[in-house]
Design a binder for this molecule. Structure first.
Ligand code: ASP
Length: 586
């Protein structure tokens, strides 16, 4: 239907006769007999000079046949890649008329998101959405090619399946054939891929759809895609190498530049230095330990087991009300308080601390605060005294609040975080809770600690983090039933319970399970950051709103009584429609 794409024509094409297809981006009358039509396809726009008796309007779909020519001197448009040329002597064929669009198909148009989502097919024509989804396609292709090259086999696993023990709420699908029973939509193909290892597919991958019924936020949708992989006879180093290759190749496909090899950091180091297991390495502001310096302190605010601090460069200008807000945030995050010190010039020369707490500090404590933080005049020092985990994580949150640029803003700093604790806190029954999932292998040298000090057991689990967002996680799996029983025991999962919940996996493991390890990372998150976006909705063709509604189709919606009957379902309460979006639709 067409000979060229609109946005790729240049002065080298002058005198060519071309046939272009696309949408009318704009029409301007030009004198008595002519009109300018900007014709748009996904590559850009080009100006076509048409007879003004031809009726074409915004977003009509047309084909234009004409000759490429230079624009008259002085009328070039520098903002357009095609701005030096235009199409003259045009004949226009109208392929389809269109109603006026609900918003202009233009990145500068700031129309409300609900209106855009309701008319997503128009929104998708915008350059930004075209760019993002095409970037996503390049990322997917690069991932597939990297995995393929490394000998991985793509295997599809079921969407209608049994529950997966990953810790999120699951979506359930009622069975029509067996009333009262339900399939679970997979939170991930975790169990399926481990079974593939038993089945002899020693390198598996899939760009898998995962479904989790959790509250939505900037980096979370009900359904998302992961590069899911698993390998037999592979160590955690092998897995990190395989995944690094896919991620770096994807980044190169998206940005044109291959990032350097991905750095590694232990979980303990990440917590001590950045106060989080998702460190944003785009800036410093590392946590500083002042515990030793305050060991003998008389100051009650610093008498908890640990004192941690951070130094905010030029932060002394933060207003009192901003400091109060930070203090409230610290308290909400579990700290008893937040101490702050403005670093000012001392009258007698050198530096002094301006803070309500300053007069309580001893001279050595004051000196330590200044020297250990390497503070300079005009800086702000923030400190938290608490239990170790709380002191670190509260300051980690404040560090991110004060220092983190928008997530999609460069540079892209990837980091592997390794050696996670095996357990994270305790559940309602007092048993430790698995930090990753119950099939994660502890370090061999930590196995004896399962009996004596479970909190100190490190697991062979690893996360991949980019600019403070967790891209994904994985682990070496337990393939031996004696270790698995021991871990279930510590987790408070009885043999009967384990059999009922994952009997099919444990059963399979009796038939020759190889040692195996794997990983999964979120493609939506990676693509959003590579595209410079803050919200994964911008890289998903048909995303849901914060309240879980699909504004295009109206899902979720009530089922007709006949469908409910077929499924054997009687509603206890009338259906509750999702809340209406905040703006009126066109
Ligand atoms: N199934 C895990 C997840 O979705 C990843 C893995 O352990 O391979 O987070």
């Amino acid at each position: 239907m067409r000979s060229h794409l609109c946005g790729v024509l240049r002065t080298t094409d002058v005198r060519k006769v071309v046939r272009l297809c696309g949408w009318v981006a704009r029409r301007r009358e030009h004198g008595e007999h002519l009109a300018f039509v900007d014709l748009r396809d996904h590559t850009g726009v080009i100006q076509c000079v048409i007879d003004n008796s031809v009726d074409v309007r915004s977003e009509w779909v047309i084909a234009v046949t004409g000759t490429v020519r230079l624009r008259p001197a002085g009328t070039e448009n520098e903002r357009l890649d095609t701005g030096e040329i235009e199409i003259g002597d045009c004949t226009v064929e109208i392929l389809n008329e269109a109603e006026p669009p609900p918003f202009s198909v233009d990145d500068r148009d700031e129309s409300d998101e609900p209106v855009r989502l309701r008319h997503r097919y128009v929104d998708l024509r915008r350059p930004r959405m075209q760019r993002n989804l095409r970037l996503r396609s390049r990322v997917n292709a690069a991932i597939r090619s990297a995995m393929d090259r490394q000998g991985f086999v793509e295997v599809e696993t079921p969407l209608l399946w049994a529950p997966t023990p990953e810790g999120s709420r699951e979506f359930s699908v009622p069975s029509r054939l067996h009333h009262g029973t339900f399939y679970a939509l997979p939170q991930s193909p975790q169990l399926a891929k481990q079974l593939l290892m038993v089945g002899g597919f020693d390198r598996y991958y899939q760009i898998a759809r995962c479904l989790r019924d959790e509250d939505l936020r900037a980096d979370r949708q009900f359904e998302f895609s992961q590069l899911d992989m698993e390998a037999s006879f592979a160590s955690q180093d092998d897995v990190m190498e395989f995944v690094s290759e896919a991620v770096l190749e994807a980044a190169e496909a998206a940005t044109g530049e291959r990032p350097p090899p991905i750095a590694r950091m232990t979980w303990a180091d990440a917590l001590a230095r950045f106060g989080t297991d998702k460190p944003d390495l785009r800036f410093g502001m590392e946590l500083i330990d002042l515990t030793a310096e305050f060991a003998e302190t008389e100051v009650r605010a610093f008498s908890s087991p640990v004192v941690k601090a951070l130094c905010v460069a030029d932060g002394a200008t933060l207003t009192r009300s901003r400091l109060d807000t930070l203090t409230d945030a610290a308290k909400r995050a579990g700290a008893q308080g937040l101490a702050w010190f403005r670093v000012v010039a001392a009258e007698e020369g050198g530096l002094a601390l301006d803070s309500p707490l300053d007069r309580f500090l001893s001279e050595p404590e004051r000196a330590a605060v200044l020297t250990k933080t390497s503070a300079a005049e005009g800086d702000l020092i923030l400190a938290v005294s608490d239990e170790y985990r709380t002191a670190c994580s509260v300051l980690g949150t404040i560090r991110a609040t004060l220092g983190s640029p928008p997530v999609g803003e460069g540079p892209h700093r990837y980091v592997w975080v390794t050696d996670f604790p095996m357990f994270d806190g305790v559940g309602a029954d007092g048993s430790p809770v698995a930090a990753h999932h119950p099939f994660t292998m502890p370090y061999a040298e930590d196995l004896p600690l399962l009996d004596t000090d479970p909190a100190a057991v490190r697991s062979q689990a690893y996360d991949l983090v980019l600019n403070g967002w967790e891209l994904g996680s994985g682990s070496v799996r337990i393939h031996r039933s004696d270790i698995q029983s021991k871990v279930f025991d510590v987790l408070g999962i009885s043999p009967e319970d384990a059999e009922a919940r994952f009997g099919f996996l444990l059963g399979a493991f009796r038939y020759g399970a190889p040692p195996h390890a794997g990983f999964a990372f979120g493609v939506d998150r990676l693509v959003a950051i590579l595209a410079g976006e803050e919200n994964i909705r911008e890289v998903i063709a048909y995303p849901k709103t914060q309240s879980g509604a699909d504004l295009l189709t109206g899902a979720p919606s009530a089922l007709p009584a006949s469908s409910l009957a077929e499924l054997g379902i009687r509603l206890a309460e009338p259906p509750v429609a999702p809340p209406a979006p905040p703006t009126a639709a066109t």
